[in-house]
Design a protein around this ligand. Structure first.
Ligand SMILES: Cc1cc2nc3c(=O)[nH]c(=O)nc-3n(C[C@H](O)[C@H](O)[C@H](O)COP(=O)(O)OP(=O)(O)OC[C@H]3O[C@@H](n4cnc5c(N)ncnc54)[C@H](O)[C@@H]3O)c2cc1C
Length: 363
């Protein structure tokens, strides 16, 4: 039986779920902004790393890989991934970090091997050891997000921008929604895919917040001399102080791996974080920074245990969570959406994924 479902938030989380359930349910995607993907989805570093986010996230990332590599005819048969590779580095004097990191993923089947970091990163200062993870790839985020929205709309979903949800009231087995565009809607199911605003949206619906906290993450695009080689991997600091990856034209995308707790809103890069990023990179490589070409920041929103929150609210009937994707909501989107669709009785649970880990009732 088809249900009326409103998904609040048309970022990667809401769009990917809408793409899977539209056609089976009557879906409306409500987006507060004029364009979907404004706060987190459109600001990502755009890579798929099976280890990023830790062992609790890895099954979702790995299960998303086959779709991202080979999405099939409905998504134009063109991979959303392109080969990159990831090198985690630690000073040669650090005896334990890389081994300890690798041990966390034992049994996962993810290929990784120890390498001299200098073989893949030119201009390293001092001696560094590396852990090479070849499966890491770049993701075409804009095309992926657009493809999910296109499929959802083709199957009948309606995207309403400038339509923030202001209030949700449950009566007679349905939700009455009041929207910022002045309209009201009646739906059977309310899906909370509101990113940094997930707790706020839950409260609008009378539910308890689960403690999803937005954190600011800064990115800078640098022109460096010598230009970064196109084949440079994502270079990840084992101590968590930075990562960088190449961009076309010898540029570099770099982050100081900052996590500053902030209120949900439109965040911008702070000067101090830009300076910190450059300082940390310059301690590692002898590249000269010629220009800071772009700087931006976005929101990564985490539940207290840093795992996503997927499933029915334990107390409020008809409220479903699809939130808390943190710093990995792009690379996990296909499996996260499939998991949510399965819990909504629309399709199969993705292989190797334990939905119980992500249940809203765990808090
Ligand atoms: C700098 C940076 C780098 C990142 N790098 C990566 C990476 O390399 N790989 C990766 O997988 N992930 C990465 N991420 C994380 C990824 O971007 C997020 O996990 C993902 O985009 C979250 O998607 P979302 O749909 O939950 O959030 P969003 O894209 O923020 O979408 C939520 C939407 O809900 C809307 N909304 C909120 N309240 C309401 C309301 N009341 N009514 C209607 N709409 C509402 C908002 O306007 C927003 O558009 C990165 C994030 C940042 C910031």
């Amino acid at each position: 039986m088809s249900r009326r479902i409103a998904i609040v938030g048309a970022g990667m989380a809401g769009a990917s779920l809408a793409a899977l359930i539209a056609g089976q349910d009557a879906v409306v995607l409500l987006e507060a902004e004029a364009h979907p993907g404004f706060h987190a989805t459109g600001r990502s570093a755009a890579f798929w790393s099976e280890t990023y986010g830790g062992p609790g996230v890895q099954p979702l990332t790995s299960a998303s890989g086959p779709f991202l590599k080979d999405p099939g005819p409905e998504f134009g048969n063109m991979s959303f991934l392109s080969k990159r590779g990831e090198l985690m580095i630690a000073p040669a004097t650090d005896a334990t970090s890389l081994e300890a990191f690798a041990a966390r993923f034992e049994g996962s089947g993810i290929a990784m091997r120890r390498e001299d970091a200098a073989l893949r990163v030119p201009g390293l200062k001092g001696a560094w050891q590396g852990l090479w993870m070849p499966s890491c790839a770049d993701i075409d985020v804009a095309r992926l997000h657009g493809a999910f929205l296109t499929r959802a709309r083709r199957l009948g979903a309606v995207l309403r921008c400038d339509s923030a949800l202001l209030k949700a009231r449950r009566s007679g087995g349905a939700w009455q929604l009041r929207l910022a565009d002045g309209e009201t809607l009646t739906v059977d199911v309310l899906v909370n895919a509101a990113g940094a605003w997930a707790d706020r949206v839950a409260q609008l619906a009378g539910a308890e917040p689960v403690g999803i906290q937005p954190y600011r993450r800064t990115m800078v695009q640098l022109r460096v001399d010598p230009p970064a080689p196109a084949g440079l991997p994502v270079v990840m600091d084992a101590a968590g102080g930075f990562y960088f990856k190449p961009e076309p034209g010898g540029r570099v995308w770099l982050t100081p791996h900052d996590e500053t707790a902030v209120e949900a809103g439109d965040v911008a890069a702070e000067e101090i974080d830009v300076a910190l990023a450059i300082d940390r990179m310059q301690r590692v490589v002898d590249w000269r920074v010629e220009a800071v070409e772009r700087r931006w920041a976005g929101l990564r929103s985490f539940a207290p245990d840093r795992l996503p929150v997927y499933g029915w609210d334990p107390r409020i009937e008809g409220l479903f969570w699809c939130a808390g994707q943190g710093g990995f909501g792009i690379q996990t989107a296909p499996a996260g959406a499939a998991l949510c669709a399965a819990l909504l009785n629309r399709g199969q649970m993705p292989r190797g994924v334990d939905a119980d880990l992500y249940r809203p009732g765990r808090f």
